[in-house]
Design a binder for this molecule. Sequence first.
Ligand code: UD1
Ligand code: UDP
Length: 395
Amino acid sequence: MEKKKIMTIFGTRPEAIKMAPIIKEIEKDVRFESCVVVTAQHREMLDQVLETFAIKTDYDLNIMTPNQTLAAITSRSIALLDDVFDQVKPDMVLVHGDTTTTFAAALTAFYHQIPIGHVEAGLRTYDKYSPFPEEMNRQMTDALADLYFAPTSLSRDNLLKANYDASQIYVTGNSAIDALAYTVTPEFSHEALKNSEAKKILITMHRRENLGQNMMQVFRAINQILDNHANIEIIFPMHKNPKIRALISTHLKPSSRLHLIEPLDVFEFHNLAKRSDLILTDSGGIQEEAPSLGVPVLVLRESTERPEGVAAGTLKVVGTFEEDVVSAVDGLLSDPVAYEKMATAQNPYGDGKTSERIVSIIARYFDSTVEILPEFSDKTNPNRKGNPDEKKLVD
Ligand code: UD1
Ligand code: UDP
């Protein structure tokens, strides 16, 4: 097969973490030439990941501005990617998930009639405004894609329901699990873990739909939790968004047991998460990682596009009401049986071979004689009955 030019495009921290193992796999495959393009919709938080995984970028569009609008991210990305496509002429573009970079890159690739592979395709809440704008970003990206790398059988089912062609959809697992193999280590220490007697709660919050009232309520819940329990410490790596920082400084009561820290690089975050007793988050990626880390997660959202983790038992969706958050934390920390059940659930999101699988599927796209790995077999699809026959992809 003639060497094919595969362009990966991403812009934010989570996309970078989940694309990194795929880029590594493309780089070591002689059938491909890798071209890495970042919009840098995130700056510092993206650079942390690029450094941890030693990823060299070929094009850095550097679009981020403070308090950027969705329209600005979209229009700046499209205008700059247009030129990059003219220069590089890739054979395939890979985008990830549901950020505005993802949608803008897919749309521009479509304008250039370049095949699009959508990594982490098929996640859905079916609620246009939650998460906002991610639900529509992923639906619109799926509408433009040519290859769908669905992480689970549930995400495959979502794509089939939308009438996408089954022959273009592959259940691959989630490359978030591959990334953990690069980061999690038995040797790790951090200043915030110093008090070994205290229980550690790790919190992250950043979703646009949670800005305002929802975050205020959660922050009041944190104040209550710290007041009620002398043996709890809270570690809060704060997103760089200035709107979130303003809410934190106005609504969180200072405490020596509240560690407000800068975003952690992904090596530190994964290791610190693994050593936490409980995670409170509205993040998508952390919901996928937690079952592998063996840490229960209370999801600070009204709904999740990751019901596999709820079915597996690691995630509980608690919303953002102050009293709901307080009672969910109290309930879990005072019930060792319920806690243990959440902490020992099986990971429904991947087996660590997602990147290898995806790269073999890309090779098959260009050469139908190429053998590809069997699909990721997930057993926790809530819609699944009995023991269905897995589609085997090896000829
Ligand atoms: C973005 C994605 C969201 C993803 C999240 C991961 C969109 C619309 N949103 O949301 O899907 O879950 O990233 O974290 O695509 N900032 C910095 N430095 C950084 C990063 C952000 O200063 O490294 C500040 C800037 O002021 C920026 C603001 O945060 O304008 C918001 O960033 P943006 O990418 O627009 O939105 P997120 O909420 O991060
Ligand atoms: N993460 C990180 N440092 C932090 C917080 C999170 O490296 O301080 C990682 C986390 O392990 C996960 C990803 O960032 O892989 C999640 O990113 P985020 O919550 O920003 O976005 P989402 O997944 O919600 O799109």
